[in-house]
Ligand binder design. Sequence first.
Ligand SMILES: Nc1nc2c(ncn2[C@@H]2O[C@H](COP(=O)(O)OP(=O)(O)OP(=O)(O)O)[C@@H](O)[C@H]2O)c(=O)[nH]1
Ligand SMILES: [Zn+2]
Length: 182
Amino acid sequence: MEEHFRAIIEAIGENPDREGLLRTPYRAARALEFLTQGYEQDLDEIVNGAVFESSNDEMVIVKDIELYSLCEHHLLPFIGKAHVAYLPAGRVIGLSKIPRIVDMYARRLQIQENLTQQIGQSIQRVTGAHGVGVVIEAQHLCAMMRGVQKQGSSMITSMMLGRFRDDPRTRQEFLDLIRTGR
Ligand SMILES: Nc1nc2c(ncn2[C@@H]2O[C@H](COP(=O)(O)OP(=O)(O)OP(=O)(O)O)[C@@H](O)[C@H]2O)c(=O)[nH]1
Ligand SMILES: [Zn+2]
Protein backbone atom coordinates (compact mmCIF):
# COMPACT_ATOMS: atom_id res chain seq x y z
CA MET A 1 0.00 0.00 0.00
CA GLU A 2 2.90 2.35 0.76
CA GLU A 3 4.25 2.06 -2.79
CA HIS A 4 0.84 2.90 -4.15
CA PHE A 5 0.48 5.95 -1.93
CA ARG A 6 3.90 7.10 -3.11
CA ALA A 7 2.71 6.71 -6.71
CA ILE A 8 -0.45 8.70 -5.95
CA ILE A 9 1.62 11.51 -4.43
CA GLU A 10 3.69 11.60 -7.61
CA ALA A 11 0.58 11.45 -9.79
CA ILE A 12 -0.86 14.58 -8.21
CA GLY A 13 2.36 16.40 -9.04
CA GLU A 14 3.91 16.42 -5.59
CA ASN A 15 7.40 15.33 -4.66
CA PRO A 16 7.26 12.26 -2.39
CA ASP A 17 10.89 12.87 -1.40
CA ARG A 18 10.37 16.28 0.15
CA GLU A 19 10.77 16.23 3.89
CA GLY A 20 7.14 16.66 4.89
CA LEU A 21 6.00 13.81 2.66
CA LEU A 22 8.76 11.30 3.34
CA ARG A 23 6.81 9.24 5.84
CA THR A 24 3.39 10.03 4.36
CA PRO A 25 3.00 6.79 2.35
CA TYR A 26 3.71 4.88 5.56
CA ARG A 27 1.27 6.96 7.61
CA ALA A 28 -1.44 6.88 4.95
CA ALA A 29 -1.15 3.10 4.66
CA ARG A 30 -1.48 2.68 8.43
CA ALA A 31 -4.46 5.06 8.48
CA LEU A 32 -6.24 3.23 5.67
CA GLU A 33 -5.55 -0.11 7.34
CA PHE A 34 -7.22 1.21 10.47
CA LEU A 35 -10.19 2.63 8.58
CA THR A 36 -10.79 -0.70 6.83
CA GLN A 37 -10.03 -3.04 9.72
CA GLY A 38 -13.64 -4.25 9.61
CA TYR A 39 -12.62 -6.71 6.89
CA GLU A 40 -10.45 -8.52 9.43
CA GLN A 41 -13.26 -8.89 11.94
CA ASP A 42 -16.34 -11.05 12.12
CA LEU A 43 -19.53 -10.93 14.10
CA ASP A 44 -18.85 -13.87 16.43
CA GLU A 45 -15.45 -12.52 17.37
CA ILE A 46 -16.90 -9.06 18.09
CA VAL A 47 -19.82 -10.35 20.15
CA ASN A 48 -17.56 -12.81 22.00
CA GLY A 49 -20.49 -14.62 23.61
CA ALA A 50 -21.79 -11.50 25.37
CA VAL A 51 -25.45 -12.38 24.98
CA PHE A 52 -27.32 -12.76 28.26
CA GLU A 53 -30.65 -14.24 29.26
CA SER A 54 -33.18 -11.64 30.32
CA SER A 55 -36.92 -11.58 30.84
CA ASN A 56 -37.02 -7.87 29.93
CA ASP A 57 -39.14 -7.55 26.82
CA GLU A 58 -39.14 -3.75 26.56
CA MET A 59 -37.37 -1.87 23.81
CA VAL A 60 -33.63 -1.37 24.24
CA ILE A 61 -32.13 1.62 22.40
CA VAL A 62 -28.54 2.70 21.94
CA LYS A 63 -28.55 6.08 20.29
CA ASP A 64 -26.06 8.65 18.98
CA ILE A 65 -23.36 6.09 18.19
CA GLU A 66 -20.61 8.01 16.38
CA LEU A 67 -20.01 6.64 12.94
CA TYR A 68 -17.09 7.11 10.55
CA SER A 69 -17.10 5.21 7.29
CA LEU A 70 -15.69 5.44 3.77
CA CYS A 71 -17.90 5.70 0.72
CA GLU A 72 -17.15 2.95 -1.74
CA HIS A 73 -17.45 5.26 -4.74
CA HIS A 74 -14.91 7.95 -3.85
CA LEU A 75 -13.09 6.53 -0.81
CA LEU A 76 -14.06 9.70 1.04
CA PRO A 77 -15.47 9.68 4.57
CA PHE A 78 -19.06 9.81 5.56
CA ILE A 79 -19.64 10.78 9.14
CA GLY A 80 -22.67 10.66 11.34
CA LYS A 81 -24.62 8.87 14.00
CA ALA A 82 -26.30 5.51 14.24
CA HIS A 83 -29.28 4.69 16.42
CA VAL A 84 -30.02 1.04 17.12
CA ALA A 85 -32.96 -0.55 18.91
CA TYR A 86 -34.30 -4.02 19.46
CA LEU A 87 -37.10 -5.82 21.26
CA PRO A 88 -35.51 -8.63 23.29
CA ALA A 89 -36.95 -12.11 23.00
CA GLY A 90 -35.36 -13.68 26.09
CA ARG A 91 -31.83 -12.48 25.34
CA VAL A 92 -29.98 -9.17 25.50
CA ILE A 93 -26.64 -8.27 23.99
CA GLY A 94 -23.74 -6.63 25.88
CA LEU A 95 -24.08 -2.85 25.64
CA SER A 96 -20.65 -2.23 24.12
CA LYS A 97 -21.25 -4.80 21.42
CA ILE A 98 -23.70 -2.64 19.52
CA PRO A 99 -21.19 0.19 18.81
CA ARG A 100 -18.59 -2.49 18.07
CA ILE A 101 -20.87 -4.02 15.44
CA VAL A 102 -21.48 -0.53 13.99
CA ASP A 103 -17.70 0.05 13.80
CA MET A 104 -16.99 -3.33 12.23
CA TYR A 105 -19.26 -2.60 9.27
CA ALA A 106 -18.40 1.12 9.12
CA ARG A 107 -14.70 0.29 8.78
CA ARG A 108 -15.19 -1.13 5.31
CA LEU A 109 -15.95 0.48 1.96
CA GLN A 110 -19.64 1.18 2.17
CA ILE A 111 -22.74 2.85 0.95
CA GLN A 112 -24.95 4.06 3.76
CA GLU A 113 -27.91 1.89 2.81
CA ASN A 114 -25.89 -1.34 2.94
CA LEU A 115 -24.20 -0.33 6.18
CA THR A 116 -27.61 0.25 7.77
CA GLN A 117 -28.86 -3.12 6.56
CA GLN A 118 -25.78 -5.06 7.68
CA ILE A 119 -25.98 -3.61 11.19
CA GLY A 120 -29.69 -4.42 11.46
CA GLN A 121 -29.36 -7.98 10.19
CA SER A 122 -26.41 -8.68 12.50
CA ILE A 123 -28.20 -7.46 15.64
CA GLN A 124 -31.20 -9.55 14.62
CA ARG A 125 -29.08 -12.63 14.09
CA VAL A 126 -27.17 -12.34 17.37
CA THR A 127 -30.11 -11.48 19.63
CA GLY A 128 -32.97 -13.37 17.95
CA ALA A 129 -35.01 -10.27 18.86
CA HIS A 130 -38.71 -9.74 18.07
CA GLY A 131 -37.54 -6.84 15.97
CA VAL A 132 -34.67 -4.48 15.23
CA GLY A 133 -34.57 -0.86 14.11
CA VAL A 134 -31.55 1.01 12.80
CA VAL A 135 -31.43 4.66 11.73
CA ILE A 136 -28.28 6.30 10.39
CA GLU A 137 -27.90 10.03 9.75
CA ALA A 138 -24.70 10.95 7.96
CA GLN A 139 -22.94 13.60 5.95
CA HIS A 140 -20.93 12.50 2.94
CA LEU A 141 -17.72 14.40 2.21
CA CYS A 142 -17.97 13.28 -1.43
CA ALA A 143 -21.11 15.40 -1.69
CA MET A 144 -19.71 18.25 0.45
CA MET A 145 -16.08 18.85 -0.59
CA ARG A 146 -16.56 17.93 -4.24
CA GLY A 147 -19.36 16.85 -6.61
CA VAL A 148 -22.60 18.68 -5.86
CA GLN A 149 -20.93 20.53 -2.93
CA LYS A 150 -23.92 20.55 -0.64
CA GLN A 151 -22.55 21.13 2.85
CA GLY A 152 -25.89 21.39 4.61
CA SER A 153 -27.55 18.18 3.53
CA SER A 154 -27.45 14.85 5.26
CA MET A 155 -28.69 11.40 4.37
CA ILE A 156 -31.00 9.41 6.62
CA THR A 157 -31.41 5.68 6.12
CA SER A 158 -33.32 3.13 8.15
CA MET A 159 -33.72 -0.61 8.46
CA MET A 160 -36.75 -1.99 10.28
CA LEU A 161 -37.08 -5.70 10.96
CA GLY A 162 -39.80 -7.77 12.64
CA ARG A 163 -42.09 -5.69 14.87
CA PHE A 164 -40.34 -2.49 13.86
CA ARG A 165 -41.51 -3.15 10.34
CA ASP A 166 -44.94 -4.64 11.12
CA ASP A 167 -46.12 -2.55 14.07
CA PRO A 168 -46.37 1.22 13.48
CA ARG A 169 -46.45 1.91 17.23
CA THR A 170 -43.14 0.14 17.85
CA ARG A 171 -41.54 1.99 14.97
CA GLN A 172 -42.98 5.30 16.24
CA GLU A 173 -41.77 4.69 19.81
CA PHE A 174 -38.25 4.11 18.45
CA LEU A 175 -38.33 7.22 16.26
CA ASP A 176 -39.72 9.33 19.15
CA LEU A 177 -37.08 8.08 21.59
CA ILE A 178 -34.15 8.82 19.29
CA ARG A 179 -35.48 12.35 18.75
CA THR A 180 -35.77 13.28 22.45
CA GLY A 181 -32.88 14.76 24.39
CA ARG A 182 -31.18 16.47 21.49
N1 LIG B 1 -27.14 5.87 -2.33
C1 LIG B 1 -25.90 6.25 -1.97
N2 LIG B 1 -25.17 6.97 -2.83
C2 LIG B 1 -23.94 7.35 -2.43
C3 LIG B 1 -23.40 7.06 -1.18
N3 LIG B 1 -22.16 7.62 -1.11
C4 LIG B 1 -21.96 8.23 -2.30
N4 LIG B 1 -23.03 8.08 -3.10
C5 LIG B 1 -23.32 8.55 -4.48
O1 LIG B 1 -22.80 7.66 -5.44
C6 LIG B 1 -22.95 8.30 -6.70
C7 LIG B 1 -21.85 7.92 -7.67
O2 LIG B 1 -22.21 8.54 -8.87
P1 LIG B 1 -21.28 8.67 -10.18
O3 LIG B 1 -21.99 9.54 -11.15
O4 LIG B 1 -20.84 7.31 -10.58
O5 LIG B 1 -19.99 9.40 -9.58
P2 LIG B 1 -19.59 10.94 -9.66
O6 LIG B 1 -19.46 11.37 -11.07
O7 LIG B 1 -18.39 11.13 -8.79
O8 LIG B 1 -20.89 11.61 -9.03
P3 LIG B 1 -21.06 13.02 -8.31
O9 LIG B 1 -20.83 12.79 -6.85
O10 LIG B 1 -22.50 13.39 -8.59
O11 LIG B 1 -20.07 13.97 -8.89
C8 LIG B 1 -23.03 9.79 -6.39
O12 LIG B 1 -24.35 10.20 -6.64
C9 LIG B 1 -22.74 9.85 -4.87
O13 LIG B 1 -23.40 10.96 -4.26
C10 LIG B 1 -24.21 6.28 -0.31
O14 LIG B 1 -23.84 5.94 0.83
N5 LIG B 1 -25.44 5.91 -0.75
ZN1 LIG C 1 -18.86 9.04 -2.45
